[in-house]
Design a binder for this molecule. Structure first.
Ligand code: IPE
Ligand code: IPE
Ligand code: MG
Length: 279
């Protein structure tokens, strides 16, 4: 948090937003559905691919700002398993852009001590893309700062199904399949996000009110924030606004944060409480 303030001066854009943040309530895990690249390009009569190119800058800004804020984990939805339905030329352009991003940003990631991780079925990626991605992951694997998860060829349902199948296989190999029981902990330990806390805040750009198969298991109690801003326009200001909004939320997890004024006595008839006659 202080690292961000150190880069700003009073009166500068974002100074006010940054100083309004509560340093003790920065989301530990922030997840973002980076959406709206195509519409950004359309509005400028440009090909969709130009929108994807313009989306690289905000990735850099977001990663850097999260590192400075002290966010521990940033998960970015870059390519869904459903995105293969798009024209081949668009998909290929996305892979080219990913390679471009990795080459350009690797020194920056190293400088900020950022660890890169990929979430998704990497075996379906073009081999050269996969090799470059895995090399970048390997280079940053000992970094101790922000962890950036790139969700690539990611599908939430597939992730859960894969986790269940992994448990079945492990159990079959041990000869204990007939007594296998799955619980929340054992399943979570086999997701791509094993060992990480669940996202506190999920941001989606471009105004779409849906999850699009992202982190289905992990977002059970994430706070949701949808902005109309299209991803290529997503700025540090947008990010700080989202976090400020998050800090105003009351997270209850199904419980109560404040005790009710009058506690319900254990023997108080419930029927009267809800205004229904018990006779
Ligand atoms: C998000 O932007 C990037 C990816 C899904 C790869 P879109 O390409 O979905 O942009 P819109 O939603 O069509 O505007
Ligand atoms: C979700 O966006 C996937 C990514 C941002 C990578 P989409 O644009 O693919 O989602 P839908 O099709 O609008 O649900
Ligand atoms: Mg989209």
């Amino acid at each position: 948090m202080q690292a961000l303030l150190d880069t700003l001066k009073p009166g500068e854009p974002d100074w006010e937003l940054a100083t309004a943040l509560d340093p003790s309530r920065i989301p530990v895990h922030l997840a973002i559905i980076m959406d709206g690249n195509g519409r950004w390009a359309n509005r400028r009569s440009l090909p969709r691919i130009a929108g994807h190119k313009a989306g690289v800058g905000p990735v850099r800004t977001t990663v850097e700002t999260c590192a400075r804020l002290g966010v521990r984990v940033l998960t970015l939805y870059a390519f869904s398993m459903e995105n293969w339905k798009r024209p081949r030329a668009e998909v290929e352009a996305l892979w080219r852009l990913l390679r471009f991003y990795l080459r350009r940003e690797l020194p920056e990631l190293q400088r900020h001590d950022i660890r890169l991780v990929a979430l998704g079925r990497l075996d379906m990626l073009p081999p050269a893309v996969r090799a470059e991605l895995e090399a970048a992951i390997d280079v940053t694997r000992l970094n101790r700062g922000l962890q950036v998860n790139l969700a690539i060829n990611y599908g939430g349902r597939t992730e859960i199904v894969d986790a269940v199948n992994a448990m079945i296989e492990e159990s079959a190999a041990k000869g204990t399949l007939s007594t296998l029981r799955i619980d929340e902990t054992s399943l979570a330990e086999r997701l791509y996000t094993r060992g990480l806390p669940d996202p506190d805040l999920l941001i989606r750009t471009s105004g779409e009110m849906r999850i699009s198969n992202f982190l289905l298991w992990q977002i059970a109690y994430a706070e949701l924030y949808v902005t109309e801003t299209l991803w290529p326009d997503f700025s540090r200001t947008d990010l700080l606004r989202a976090i400020l909004d998050y800090q105003k939320r009351e997270r209850r997890y199904g419980g109560l944060t404040a005790l009710p004024d009058v506690a319900l006595a254990p023997d108080e008839p419930l029927a009267e409480e809800i205004g229904v006659s018990s006779r």
